[in-house]
Design a protein around this ligand. Sequence first.
Ligand SMILES: Cc1cc2nc3c(=O)[nH]c(=O)nc-3n(C[C@H](O)[C@H](O)[C@H](O)COP(=O)(O)OP(=O)(O)OC[C@H]3O[C@@H](n4cnc5c(N)ncnc54)[C@H](O)[C@@H]3O)c2cc1C
Length: 502
Amino acid sequence: MRSERASVVIVGSGMGGGTLAWGLAQRGIDTLVVERGRVLPREPQNWSPEAVFLERRYKPDETWLDDEGEPFHPGVHYVVGGNTKVYGSALPRFRERDFEQTAYPSGISPAWPFTYADIEPFYSQAEALYRVHGSTGDDPTEPWRSQPFPFPALPHEPYVEETERRLAAEGLHPSATPMGVDLRPGGTCARCQTCDGFPCRLGAKSDAETCALGPALSGGAVRLLTGARITRIEASQGRAVRLHGEVDGEPLVVEAGTFVISAGAANSAALLLASRSDEHPLGLANSSGLVGRNYMVHNNTHIATVDPRRRNDVVFQKTVCVNDFYNDLGDGYPGGSLQAIGKVQGSMMKSHATRAPRRLLDRIADRSMEWVVMSEDTPSVHNRVTVDSDGRIRVSWRRTNYDRHEALLSKVRQVLRKCGYSAIFEQRFSIDMNSHMCGTAVAGVDPATSVLDPWCRAHDLPNLLVVDSAFFPSSAAQNPALTIAAQALRVAAEVDWAEGSA
Ligand SMILES: Cc1cc2nc3c(=O)[nH]c(=O)nc-3n(C[C@H](O)[C@H](O)[C@H](O)COP(=O)(O)OP(=O)(O)OC[C@H]3O[C@@H](n4cnc5c(N)ncnc54)[C@H](O)[C@@H]3O)c2cc1C
C-alpha cells in the first residue's frame, strides 16, 4: 500500500485544482495534487483531427449512463490539466448581472453568495496567470475592470474582419473574444488551425498545466502524484481524515489537514456521494441533499454558417464574439452570447455527420464559419449526478430555460442571414457534450440550500472544500474556465490554510 501525507491535498489538476495549487504555492503551503491521469504527451497526433475527434485519442474509454440507463461518452479528459488541455481557451469574465438573481419566463437563475466586486481582483490575477488577450470598449456588456487586459486582443484575419464589418452594419457591436494563448513577441503560439478541441503541441495554449500547475511544481511546496484515482473520502467526527484510492494498481491512502476535491463537477459530486458511511449516510457534505443536484451544462448549439460566395481561408477563427443579446434579447430578458469557434475542418464534421460524404463536408467547410450560440440553463434539483454501487456515474438531465435558447437561436439566424450566410447548419448539444458542466455542489450562505460556503468550504465538514465548477450557483452564458480559476485564486488567498483550520 502506498501512503502519502501533505498539509493540503487536492484531488484533480484541472482548472480548479491546478489553479488552486498555484495559489497555495504562492503561500508556500505544503500541497499534494493527486491526479488520476498522466501528462498528455506532445506528439504528432495532438494536431490530427482524425486522432482527436474520430479516434478520441485523449478521452477515456469510460461511459456514463443517462436516465434510461443508456451509456454515453462524457466530455471529460483524465490528464494532467484536465479538460483545459483541449479547451478552446476563450476566457471571458462573467458579467455583474450573472452574480445576481435573474428571473426568466421559465426559470430562475439564482444569485451567487458573493458579488462581481468580490471576485474582480481575482479575475485580474487569473487573466495575468492565463495570459489573456483582450480589448475593451467594443462590447456593450463588458464588466468594469481594475486592471487592463495583460495582452492586446488577437487580431482578426481578413475573413473574420469582413464578417465583423457585416455584423456591425446590422447595428451590432462585435468584440474581441478574450483568449488565453502565448501570442506575444517571443511567445510560442503559431496561430494554427488546431487549437480549439486539440491539445497544443507547442505548449502555447494557456491550460492549467502550462500556466498554473507547472509553475507551482517548480516552487518546491507543491507535489504531483499522477495515475492516482481517488475513490473514497473517509470522514470521522465531523472532519475529513483520509482519501482512499489506487495508484498503478496499488492501494493508495492520503492523509492531510485539509482536503480539496477538484475532480470536475460530475466526478467531485460522485466522489462525495460514494463516500457515504454510517456517520454520513447520504454521502459527504450532503446534509442539504443537494450534492449532485442542480447539474448544469449551458444551452449550447454549434452552428456552421455558409456564405457560398466567400471562401473561408481563415487559420485562427476564434477571435470574434457578439454580446449584444446578452442582457436583453429585445424582449426584456437576457438572451446569451454568440462566439466564433475554431475553424472546423471536414474531417471534424464527420464525427457527427457520419453519413455525409467526406468530399461534401470538405466543400461545406471551405465556405463556412462556425460559431457557438450559448445561453443560460437554470438549475433544477431533478437534473442530477448519482453514482451506482459499482461507482459508475449516472446523469439525469432535461434541458431547462430552453425557450430562451430557441429565441436566441432565432435572432442569431436572422442576423447571420443578413450578413450573407444563406445556409445555416445546427448541432444542438446533447448529453455527451457536457464540457461546461457545473453546479453539483452549489455555494451559498444557507447550509439548508447549498453545499459549500462562499469560499467553497463544505458547510458540513470544516476541512473539506470543493474547488471546481461544481460550486457555480448558476451557469451564466459565458465560458466558465476563467471564473473557475478566479474563484480558485480567491479561495487560495482568503481561506486560512493553517494545518486543519480551513
Ligand atoms: C473541447 C473543450 C473545449 C472547451 N473550451 C472552453 C473554452 O474555450 N473556455 C472555457 O472557459 N471553457 C472551455 N471548456 C470547459 C473547461 O475546460 C472546463 O470548464 C474546466 O476545465 C473545468 O474545470 P474543473 O476544474 O471543474 O475540471 P477539469 O478541468 O476537468 O479537471 C478535473 C480533473 O480531475 C481529475 N479527476 C477526476 N476524477 C478524479 C479522481 N477520482 N481522482 C483523481 N483525479 C480525478 C481529472 O482527470 C481532471 O484532471 C472546454 C472544454 C472542452 C472539453
